[in-house]
Design a binder for this molecule. Structure first.
Ligand SMILES: [Cu+2]
Length: 357
């Protein structure tokens, strides 16, 4: 049986009411979201009943199960997002991987370079300290050295072990402080996106274009319909942040309930979203692709289930996507003049245009 959209909505409302009632009566029904949370989710996203749906599984009774199955059947088959066409997954953790993800921005390339620099500094220091320890253990134990010397000061040694670490820190700072400034000083934005962390999903707002949407993690059985693979479970979301490559994206990060943290490891960005405050981060993606991240601030029960998906696409695809989202002020999109301007000019009579001037 396939429910039409209206019936589905009615059914969903009924289901939520029922789940809410059962949830509040049964103290043993596991941890619960605060009431406002459930209401908030209901208002903002019809699909946000995922959590309610999960809860249904914990309520015994074939009756509810059967209705749950019906509800799933009523859901429209998810469409693979058009921005995914031909996109490769470039930013994702690898099984057994230990290194940082391949950089997708100049910021991350710098982070990886710094990481390698620190490795070259820290390995000799560790070897030196281990060697000192071994020397003390072998040559200065009670048996090898029964009558130890009694001196307590050595000015030259003390100056050396103060100055050398300072020099090491200065060398590190010479490279790390400018890198930090490059991350923290916002460039002129080509695209501005406001992201809000909620318990437990993300909300995005393309501030110039009046486009906003929520982003929820895909369940295992929903991945394929959205064009993802099983290994993208806990990473892929139903909607994705779409950005043009080669452009400065400034993200304004905030949160609505508790502190969350927005990150894409391959971009080298991570920023806490704090309720009542607006922080910023920026990135400029080198290559088209799909990049994943996960909320990085412990934010409650479903902290591990609010991942982040970014689709980095060409300017053409970005504008087409904006259009598909009903964006206003399309002309503010980067590359609009180049891409759409030529089309309009081509349709224009060039002589007429000259006469107007
Ligand atoms: Cu979070």
């Amino acid at each position: 049986m396939v429910l039409d959209e209206r019936e589905t909505t009615v059914f969903r409302d009924w289901q939520i009411t029922l789940t809410g009632t059962l949830g509040s009566d049964d103290e043993n029904d596991g941890p619960k979201e605060p009431r406002y949370e459930r209401e908030h989710m209901m208002q903002h996203h019809p699909d946000s009943l995922r959590f309610a749906k999960r809860r249904i599984g914990t309520v015994s009774g074939a009756f509810l199960g059967a209705f749950g199955a019906l509800w799933s059947a009523g859901q429209a088959v998810a469409e693979v997002a058009p921005t995914m066409q031909g996109l490769e997954v470039r930013g994702a953790p690898e099984p057994g991987g230990t290194a940082l993800q391949t950089p997708a921005t100049s910021l991350m390339a710098e982070v990886v370079w710094l990481d390698n620099l620190l490795l070259w500094i820290i390995v000799p220091i560790s070897i030196f300290v281990m060697a000192l320890l071994a020397w003390v253990i072998i040559f200065h134990n009670r048996r090898a050295n029964p009558t130890p010397s009694r001196f307590t000061h050595n000015s030259r040694l003390e100056v050396a072990w103060t100055v050398v670490p300072i020099l090491i820190l200065v060398v590190i700072g010479t490279f790390s402080v400018p890198a930090l400034f490059r991350q923290q000083i916002m460039p002129e934005a080509d695209v501005t996106i406001k992201v809000t962390g909620y318990q437990w999903h993300w909300g995005y707002e393309y501030v110039d274009h009046d486009v906003d949407f929520l982003s929820f993690m895909l369940e295992r059985d929903e991945l394929e319909a959205h064009g993802y693979e099983d290994r993208h479970y806990l990473l892929a979301t139903d909607t994705a942040v779409v950005v043009p490559v080669g452009r400065n994206i400034v993200m304004q990060v905030t949160a609505a309930d508790v502190i969350h943290s927005w990150t894409i490891p391959a971009f080298g960005v991570k920023q806490d979203g704090v309720p009542g405050r607006l922080a910023e981060l920026w990135f400029n993606v080198d290559e088209p692709g799909i990049y994943f991240g996960q909320c990085s601030e412990l934010c409650g029960q479903a902290h591990a289930y609010m991942p982040i998906t970014v689709h980095a696409v060409s300017e053409e695809d970005y504008i087409a996507w904006l259009e598909s989202q009903g964006a206003v002020n399309l002309a503010l999109a980067p590359g609009y003049d180049r891409i759409r301007g030529t089309i309009e000019l081509a349709a224009h009579d060039p002589d007429a245009a000259r006469d107007e001037d």
